[in-house]
Design a binder for this molecule. Sequence first.
Ligand SMILES: [Zn+2]
Length: 844
Amino acid sequence: MAESTHFYELFQPTHYNVYLDINRATKLISGTSTITGDAKQASIAIHQKFMTISAVKADGKDVPFTFDDQSEGIHIDLGKTGETTVAIDFTAPLTDSMMGIYPSYYELNGEKKELIGTQFETTAARQAFPCVDEPEAKATFDLAIKFDEHEGETVISNMPEVKVVDGVHYFDTTVRMSSYLIAFAFGEMQSKLTTTKSGVKVGVFSTKAHQPKELDFALDIAKRSIEFYEDFYQTPYPLPHSWQLALPDFSAGAMENWGLVTYREAYLVLDPDNTSFETKQRVATVIAHELAHQWFGDLVTMKWWDDLWLNESFANMMEYVAIDAIEPDWHIWEVFQTSEAPMALQRDATDGVQSVHVQVEDPAEIDALFDGAIVYAKGARMLVMVRALIGDDALRAGLKNYFATHHYGNATGADLWAALGAASGMNVGAIMNSWLEQPGYPVVSAAVVDGKLTISQQQFFVGEGKDAGRQWQVPLNGNYDAVPEILADKSMTLGDYAELRQASGQPFRLNVGNNSHFIVKYDDTLLQDILANLDTLDAIAQLQLLQDLRLLAEGRQISYAAIVPLLSRFADSRSTVVNDVLYGVAGNLRKFVTPDSAEEKALRRLFDRLSAKQVARLGWTPRAGESNDDQLTRPFVLNAALYAKNPESIAAAHKLFVANQDNLAGLPAAVRVFILANEVENFSDAEVFDQLLNDYRKSSDASYKADLAAALPTTSDATLIAKLIGVFEDADTVKPQDLRAWYRGVLNNSDGEQAAWDWIRNDWQWLENTVGGDMEFTTYITVTTGVFHTPERLAEFKAFFEPKLNTPGLTREITMDTKVIETRVALIEDEKTAVNEAVAEATK
Ligand SMILES: [Zn+2]
């Protein structure tokens, strides 16, 4: 392909007539894609991948063409420019790749069934029908679908079905939209429907392997989310319906196809009578995320993939804004603070990380753009900073204008900043570009120098980093009046510290609320003042304190051992966010100990000290009417108690297992995983193990399956580990979409690490063939990196992955992950003695 020629520059489609005939039995797709558009040159190109093209007609006459998978194009000589209708006859294979048009597999009453669905983002619409498969190439679509249909099957798409003639299902003409948002599905489905206040039909669809009540929660959240967005955006939902469909095989989490959003089953259907609060929160935010896209992403779409962040960062912020509005008691922003914020801060501290806005052309590189920690989490934090700066009134006014200006069209980041800038009167672009275009973030150092309170910024690295002299416009959010709104310079002096401290009456703090993307390094004077007043800090401030200290320790700016004695001061907190960060930091200490050593015994004692009182307070089973915080805190302390090998906890969990052995799925979902893991780790024999694995095979309850997938890999029995690895490539047991969790589980078990690592190295080609085509592939490398922490594994990691450095889409991940392991190995080498001494001291 000529360098960065977008096909849209050659041919600009306005309307498609797409006819598809899909045969599940022969696994063949055939059809005709008829595209009307404006040819800017006499030679044009239309996207295709893995297709055979049999004929191309322009305005009814055969024209010469070639096609190949290298350029993913059909190259057509029109012999003229201007308005033309191109009709392309094609055939394509129906494959199990979870991309393009693909089958999902499931069982109903022992019978194997298929549900056909689609996944086109980023560049797989071209595997379904020839099209100009670029976000800017918006057009209207008339879709007609025929399939080897039998009694009781339904077909759904972006728009309502208008007629069925001779077995062909015709759908209403779409609004102007991008090809990657087209979707359809057919098979045996059940659904539940409702209508919003404004008349939008909302539906939830799934296979009949689920109980009808499992659709209720999603239906309620979807309806209320759409109602919220219609009000917040001051822009009506643009389509007649909003269908939510759970697909049994799905690579990503969910996909915002316009009017037909597709989800992993785990992120849509749930048993309202036995699902943890945490899972409900997750499902609700996923639904709210996809529905935010129906406007931001679908109605107005990024012009090119370099502005992917515009879609994802925004939806990632709005999922919290929406759920906070419709379920205020959930305090959903706490989840943002415990998940998105640390994820972004961790990954963004490694040199070589991508910036939020990245130039990109190659399709493999486009898929690699979906770095959850950067494009989603960091991008969302950037927008949270903007929201905090301009306020909700200006945000809403700006968005309304943005949608009105660009609806059914495309936009760039600059367009969004312009709209928000006009609404707020602030130069939003100038502030945000320093965050958008530069990778990384600053550590702001606060110190008392010669009696003066001073602050300064410098890029923060975990591991070796090249200081490129980057500076940011940092929204400081200080708690002293002398602190300006923005730190734009390298450093500044705020005034006489003693006077400022006296006037304010509280310890000096920056980034109050933790809404800005930076960490703070307080000098000893300031830190001791904060620690002396720990009880006056709210939960977010306590989380921030521990989180920033941990990052500073990983960045070698303070000693890791210095954090250990602080942990017990947070152990009695009733706050979920504090317990989340506490056990996060404590869990990080596990890398400093050798399995089953005296050091690990001391660490287990520390976990016991931290958790014992909370376990006694909360108990092993949820109680009616308990607070959200208690529900969400219990998993942390139970997990800690099991790691601590606390005998009462082990016995309590075992008792619950035995009492419920005939209906393990019915154990309270919030604690089920710990009961199962305890059994596998401490009591299980081959028989129990087989019972659990068999349950996994048979169950259609995604949350129970996730618990089994987390519990089974904790076995220390080498034969059982081998058995698990034996089912990794058996799609009837472990679906490819779920394999990464299994791999991580076994790798993360010191008794399973070698076997899992051997498996991925030996069967890398199989893995690439199975999941290599999608955006999840690189995360197998990330998962491996998350576990490795010894010089031996580092050497093996390099030996295996360095030869793959030039694989498109893998380069950045391999480079960064090598650095991450190197940094961790060096940290452990240098600090393990001091850390383990501090642990021993803390448990005396
Ligand atoms: Zn999204």
